[in-house]
Design a protein around this ligand. Structure first.
Ligand code: CA
Length: 506
């Protein structure tokens, strides 16, 4: 016992780090920002440029396979704060869950060792933030223009475009902080969440570009099952007039509406006169969607630039870790979809860039499987704080240093629960490796298992579950899935697998 305690003492960074040298942490988190829309990721369609977010890639590490355990807004935020899966932190889905703020979170642990902590922007966890010296959040999803906000429990409506508001409030907090203490700032954007309403200055930013189309824009879901065929997230069937900006988003002043109409008015009139149908309608919607979505991303990128400039000007950049990530990935027309939720790559993977001067090698990349449950242990280790044993994520500080730990994870567990719910994606869980995905849709009406080989089928178009060539792989993946569920202490059945159905008639 004596030896192991000594070993613990030597190993625990909490005892070794000098509080004065604890790094500052700026965690910039956007909502629904697809890696396909971050130019540092070099997407083949070259949809846009994000020069400021790319500054982090140039100065740090780009994580190429940062996966989320449950691809939807609230659950991702709960996983970030706790370093745990949904079944362990109790936040399963956006429509029925409420975050238990009494549990341990990494901001609380940082606060205990003297960090000043703030969260500004989107929160979306139902309960009030805990573990923050300062919070200034959007209620629920929040609005794009002149948004209602809540400052430390008091309603505080703001004037302006939401991304600029969140950036400016973040900078104000930085300017007024206690400079004798290290800080954690969580700057959490609403953008580019649906309905993708850009800043007025960005209307027409793409000069009416006709965007290159993903190969699967007109996917017919052959090769997959009832789940993929029955979803409700297509540009063809699900896209609303509000999504298409054929009606006004909420919150604008009369003058703002006039400016908005100046851009959309003539284009909407042409659309109505042309009245496209079938594939032409899908193409029109795809281009409108990308104009709006990428316009939202533009303001996020500018906001990141402002924060980076401030850190440079104040001489803070050298001792500040900056993380840029989104709460999940997103479909930009792949499979004909927008939205997220699936275990499939575009929604499973989130962009993740980390710059830590003196630690990260500028311009490097890591293909290791990381996750948003790793953020809490990583930032705690970086701050010299011991990571609680119940945290399920793993610190990727070694990856930041360019090391390749031999025991790093090679498989990942996933579980999505929000069904029945928006976009009609059935509940599913599965296991993901570098090459394969085994997916189980377990609700009685969708009862099926699918297997995807990303090496031969990178777009995940054909389940090879019944193919005898994959019989051995299937057994291995089934065993790995069972091992992960056991290791992660997933209850069997996981309670929401059985009791999250809405009562009849509601
Ligand atoms: Ca989201």
């Amino acid at each position: 016992m004596r030896m192991s305690f000594l070993a613990l003492l030597l190993a625990a960074p909490a005892f070794a780090a000098e509080p004065a040298k604890r790094p500052n942490i700026v965690f910039i988190f956007s909502d629904d920002h697809a890696y396909q829309a971050v130019s540092a990721y070099g997407h083949p369609l070259k949809l846009n440029a994000t020069p400021n977010i790319d500054r982090l890639a140039k100065g740090g590490v780009r994580f190429d396979r940062c996966l989320v355990p449950n691809s939807i807004c609230g659950p991702s935020r709960a996983s970030v704060l706790t370093g745990k899966y949904s079944h362990a932190n109790g936040f399963y889905d956006n429509t029925r869950s409420r975050f238990d703020g009494s549990q341990v979170t990494f901001p609380k642990l940082l606060q205990q060792v003297g960090y000043q902590t703030a969260v500004i922007g989107k929160w979306h966890l139902g309960s009030d933030p805990t573990g923050f010296n300062h919070w200034h959040i959007l209620p629920g999803q929040g609005g794009y223009y002149n948004p209602a906000m809540i400052k430390n429990g008091v309603p505080a409506r703001q004037t302006g475009y939401v991304t600029d508001v969140i950036t400016d409030l973040s900078l104000d907090w930085l300017k007024n902080r206690d400079v004798t203490k290290p800080f954690l700032l969580m700057c959490q954007h609403k953008a580019p969440h649906r309905e993708w309403a850009p800043a007025l200055r960005h209307l027409g930013h793409d000069k009416d570009r006709q965007y290159p189309e993903p190969e699967t824009l007109f996917d017919d879901y052959a090769g997959r099952g009832k789940a993929e065929k029955g979803q409700d997230m297509t540009l063809e069937k699900t896209f609303t007039d509000l999504d298409a900006k054929l009606t006004h988003p909420a919150g604008m002043t009369a003058a703002e509406k006039a400016e908005w109409d100046k851009y959309y008015g003539p284009r909407n009139a042409k659309f109505r006169a042309d009245n496209p149908t079938g594939k032409e309608l899908v193409r029109w919607r795809y281009n409108r969607y990308l104009h709006d979505y990428l316009g939202c991303v533009k303001a996020v990128d500018e906001g990141v630039g402002k924060v980076l400039d401030y850190l440079d000007q104040e001489g803070l950049a050298e001792n500040t870790i900056i993380v840029y990530a989104s709460d999940q990935g997103f479909y930009l027309g792949e499979h004909g979809w927008f939205d997220k939720r699936w275990i499939f790559e575009e929604s499973l993977r989130t962009p993740c860039l980390v710059r830590w001067p003196g630690v990260t090698k500028p311009g490097s990349a890591s293909g290791a499987i990381t996750s948003n449950i790793d953020f809490a242990p990583t930032l705690l280790e970086a701050a010299g704080v011991a990571v609680p044993a119940e945290v399920q994520g793993k610190s990727f500080v070694p990856l930041l240093k360019g090391e390749s730990p031999k025991d790093w994870r090679t498989s990942f567990y996933y579980h999505y629960y929000e069904h029945p719910g928006p976009h009609s994606v059935p509940k599913h869980y599965g296991v993901v490796t570098d090459r394969f995905k085994l997916v189980r849709f377990y609700e009685p009406e969708f009862d099926s298992t699918e297997l995807f080989d990303r090496k031969t089928d990178p777009q995940e178009l054909k389940s090879v579950h019944g193919d005898p060539k994959y019989a051995e792989t299937l057994l291995e993946l089934e065993a790995e899935l069972a091992r992960l569920r056991k290791q992660l202490k997933v209850p069997d059945p996981d309670p929401p697998e059985t009791n999250l159905r809405r009562p009849k008639g509601k």
